[in-house]
Design a protein around this ligand. Structure first.
Ligand SMILES: *Cc1c(COP(=O)(O)O)cnc(C)c1O
Length: 403
């Protein structure tokens, strides 16, 4: 069949460019330790930044939630799928985020991808203008396309360009969208400066804090707390499958914004509500994040981040400058990066292998993510292994040049 042949030819092409992705099946997880395909691996590629995904209290709450509400919600939120667990979680999140947002209300979504689609499409439309940072997550890119708004992409961190775009814009409805922590680079956006521009030009600022929520800020409220920000222009999106260790996402904003999303956001309205048990477990997870245990876990994580970035000693490869748990080592070519990831895996370390189109061509990277579930010794061993491997690659290359 020609249609199948066509697909197969394209798959073969991906394979030749070392761009064919493979899934690894996990049989068991505890903290950062994975059993996968008969091998035990120490994982450095999860976004479970605080180690809450396997926390006994969170797991127990999930079981309790299932016993109370069943395995699934059975319907969308606006029909009969909105449970007491969803409502209580939203109230807890709104109260907790209230230092950063006036008259805060929160809305729980099945995933962060859907939350971005919901916010960006519902608050824009054909008559609106959307300004999107160049390195934004794929879900934001898709949301902007779906919005049918007039779209401007501003270069990474280039607020001068954004200001020019805002100045030139004649549309009344304006939406600036940015990741807080860039997911493949680990650096933090200048949210205070972005917010000043949005206030000046009367635009919404949508902040996707997927990698900041739970981790940044003294109490783990994320990037808004990290920068001590509060503004009616802010619309905050935090995901709950990363640091919160469970799944889903939430939007926190002024109550009027949230009411608008409930009425108009199609990715909220036309989907079955997430299992109430998840919302039940998340309440335990948020309590841990906001309490002493969360604080201790964040402190431990910060120590590991410093250890890792100070310990690496690389030639040719580049550790990107990042203060967050995302520590990318850029190698360049896909094949060389895959070989490095493979060498680490043979030694028992599992690191993220990131290739185009997720990152620009020629910047394939090992994306190391650290979590509070790691021990100091774990990070020390990984640093040694990476330094050793880099040294060998460098020597091999020198020999190749001489020969
Ligand atoms: C993970 C991620 C999302 C998507 O969240 P999910 O809950 O996994 O769908 C959105 N934005 C960014 C920046 C992310 O890293």
């Amino acid at each position: 069949m020609p249609l199948l042949q066509d697909l197969q030819a394209q798959l073969n092409e991906l394979d030749e460019q070392h761009l064919l992705r493979q899934r690894r099946t996990v049989d068991q997880v505890r903290g950062a330790h994975y059993k996968t395909d008969g091998q035990n691996l120490l994982g450095f590629c999860s976004n479970d930044y605080l180690g809450l995904a396997t926390h006994p209290a969170v797991v127990q709450a999930l079981q309790e939630g299932a016993a109370k509400y069943g395995a699934g919600s059975g319907a969308s939120h606006l029909i009969s799928g909105h449970s007491r667990a969803h409502a209580a979680l939203e109230e807890q999140l709104a109260a907790w985020m209230s230092p950063c947002i006036d008259q805060a209300r929160a809305l729980y979504f099945c995933t962060g991808y859907m939350a971005n689609l919901a916010v960006i499409t519902a608050l824009s439309g054909k008559d609106a203008a959307v300004f999107s940072e160049e390195l934004n997550h794929a879900s934001i890119i898709d949301a902007v396309r779906l919005s049918r708004a007039e779209t401007s992409i501003f270069r990474h961190g280039d607020l001068t360009q954004l200001e020019q775009q805002l100045q030139a814009c004649t549309r009344h409805k304006k939406l600036v969208v940015t990741d807080s922590v860039f997911s493949m680079d680990g650096n933090i956006a200048d949210i205070p400066a972005l917010l000043r521009l949005c206030e000046q030009y009367d635009a919404w600022l949508v902040v996707d804090d997927a990698h900041g929520f739970g981790v940044l800020g003294e109490h783990g409220r994320g990037v808004l707390e990290h920068f001590s920000l509060r503004s009616p222009n802010l619309i905050y999106m935090g995901t709950l499958g990363k640091a919160a260790g469970v799944g889903g996402a939430f939007v926190a904003a002024h109550e009027t914004v949230i009411e608008w999303l409930i009425q108009k956001a199609r990715p909220y309205i036309y989907t079955t509500a997430a299992a109430p048990a998840l919302a039940h477990a998340l309440q335990t997870s948020i309590a841990l994040i906001s309490g002493d245990e969360g604080q201790q876990r964040r402190q431990h994580l910060r120590q590991l981040i410093r250890m890792f970035s100070n310990g690496l000693n690389l030639r040719d490869w580049t550790l990107l400058s990042s203060q967050t748990a995302i520590q990318p080592v850029v190698i360049g070519e896909n094949a060389a990066m895959l070989q490095a990831a493979d060498t680490l895996r043979k030694q028992g370390y599992w690191v993220g292998a990131i290739r185009p189109p997720t990152v620009p061509v020629g910047t394939a990277r090992l994306r190391v993510t650290l979590t509070a579930a790691h021990q100091i010794a774990d990070v020390h061993m990984l640093v040694q292994a990476m330094n050793r491997m880099n040294q060998m690659a460098y020597i091999a290359q020198c020999f190749a040049e001489v020969a």
